[in-house]
Design a protein around this ligand. Structure first.
Ligand code: UD1
Ligand code: CA
Length: 458
């Protein structure tokens, strides 16, 4: 088999996005557009992938690393000029080159494979992937002759009213004979409305030179949506979200209302987990089997075990065990680890802490910078006093300890194994294992005082 190369154009300024973020790095379902493309084409096994970026595109390099080779397009003179920048990597090599635009995040590896197959079977030197668009505005139009052969690709800005009525569009994905590609690119001119060197002109030129050119029409326009502005970005997001949700449902996840469930591209969810409306699962989140997530839970970069419930809560950058109950209305902040069968309940905030197996913080607590052992009970309203205004300190509560309601644990402090802290205590010194700590003023009852007070009121 001859070699296969890919060139991804990503040097455009993305002016229409009106953004400080590099266009192809805009995320769709949590993943930069260009990464979607790379992940999709990875199984095809290209021998070389060259990404064309503009000068100062360090952010792109930081995101993609050495997955691809880079070529710099110093000035954005058009898509043909951009492709030509790959010459240093590819010129003269025998093989087939697929050119893709970095702003078409919905393209599937399957479509690219089918295009390649069509191209190789038809022995054309250039094959353009086309699609039928219900609203073709902004795309290059495919011009066919009376025999149905594609003879030209005309940009919206250069098109006549008659050509604008054509609904078959250029998707911006092509296969080229690599040697001929770099020959013809040097002959493309910029004699058009935008004074740009158009890559579609390479197709037309090759045809005029008597080379065999071909077109392959994709069955889904959706796949080839080009994201030029934020309206299209939202469209891409909606289509991608539908795909992600449907793939999860097909793999055994129940999504009660896919319309209001937002799951990032790389999130993993095990079978028989139920995701309820209003849930947002993002980043590198991994959820096990048989869990109930939501309603209205936001979980990012978090690993969750099996049979865990997370209702009406926010969880980020943490690890949650199996058969854990979280919420309603819990906030689990980064670097927290919650053990199996633990419970974090109503209005409890946990930050940078570990909570051991079977431990409970059921109501109204703040657990920050703490190591809570196994089978610990943190009473309602228990607070770790972890911050003196300058530094943060560690609180330790060892296995089996019982902390009563409304206790302040003033860190650094340790409550030993199976110790008990009486309700309302403010603990400033370590409590030894198996002891009872009470740190509160004794109660005095003043007889008839209430009477006097009530009398004054009248
Ligand atoms: C382009 C096509 C159009 C097609 C549409 C599909 C051309 C001239 N037009 O239009 O026929 O229907 O895509 O989405 O090719 N880029 C560079 N350097 C440049 C210019 C662009 O790297 O100098 C990159 C951009 O980053 C982008 C891609 O090429 O990823 C396409 O450029 P864009 O300006 O978005 O072209 P369209 O107007 O969408
Ligand atoms: Ca575009």
């Amino acid at each position: 088999m001859s070699q296969r190369f890919a060139v991804i154009l990503a040097a455009g300024k993305g002016t229409r996005m009106k953004s400080n973020l590099y266009k192809v790095l805009h995320p769709v379902c949590g993943k930069p557009m260009i990464k979607h493309i790379l992940d999709q084409i990875a199984p095809i096994g290209f021998d070389r992938i060259v990404t064309i970026v503009s000068e100062g595109a360090e952010a792109v390099k930081a995101e993609l690393g050495d997955r691809v080779a880079y070529a710099i397009q110093a000035e954005q003179l058009g898509t043909a000029h951009a492709t030509l920048q790959a010459a240093a990597h590819l010129e003269g090599l025998q093989g087939t080159t697929v050119v893709l635009y970095g702003d078409t995040p919905l393209i599937t590896g399957e479509t690219v494979s089918r295009l390649l197959q069509h191209h190789e079977e038809s022995s054309a030197v250039c094959t353009v992937l086309t699609a039928i668009a219900s609203n073709p505005k902004g795309y290059g139009r495919i011009i066919r002759n009376s025999n149905g052969q594609v003879i030209d690709i005309v940009e919206e800005k250069d098109a006549t009213a008659e050509q604008k009525a054509i609904t078959e569009i250029n998707t911006g994905i092509y296969c080229f004979d690599n040697v001929k590609l770099f020959d013809v690119l040097k002959r493309v001119d910029n004699d058009n409305a935008q004074k740009e060197y158009y890559l579609p002109s390479a197709f037309t030129l090759l045809r005029e030179m008597g080379e065999k050119v071909s077109a392959y029409q994709a069955d889904v326009f959706e796949d080839t949506l080009g994201v030029n502005d934020r309206v299209a970005l939202a469209q891409a997001e909606a289509i991608m979200q539908k795909r992600i949700n449907e793939a999860l449902m097909m793999s055994g996840v129940t999504i009660k209302d896919p319309q209001t469930t937002y799951i990032d591209a790389d999130v993993k969810i095990g079978r028989d987990t139920v995701v309820l409306p209003g849930s947002i699962l993002s980043g590198r989140t991994e959820i096990g089997e048989g869990c109930t997530i939501g309603p209205n839970s936001e979980i990012s970069n978090t690993k969750v075990g099996n049979y865990t419930t997370i209702r009406h809560s926010v969880v980020s950058d943490s690890e949650i065990g199996s058969e854990v109950q979280i919420g309603p209305f819990s906030h689990i902040r980064p670097q927290t680890a919650i053990g199996d069968r633990a419970k974090v309940g109503n209005f409890v905030e946990v930050k940078k802490s570990t909570i051991g197996e079977g431990s409970k913080a059921s109501h109204l607590s703040y657990v920050g910078d703490a190591e809570i052992g196994k089978d610990v009970n943190l009473g309602c309203g228990m607070i770790t006093v972890n911050y003196d205004g300058k530094y943060k300190y560690l609180t330790k509560v060892e296995d089996g300890a019982f902390i009563g309601c409304n206790v302040n644990l003033i860190a650094p402090v340790t409550v030993g194994k199976e110790a008990i802290v009486a309700a309302g205590s403010t603990i400033t010194e370590d409590v030894e294992a198996d002891s009872l700590a009470i740190a509160r003023a004794r109660q005095t009852n003043k007889a008839h005082y209430a009477n006097r007070y009530n009398h004054k009121k009248k």
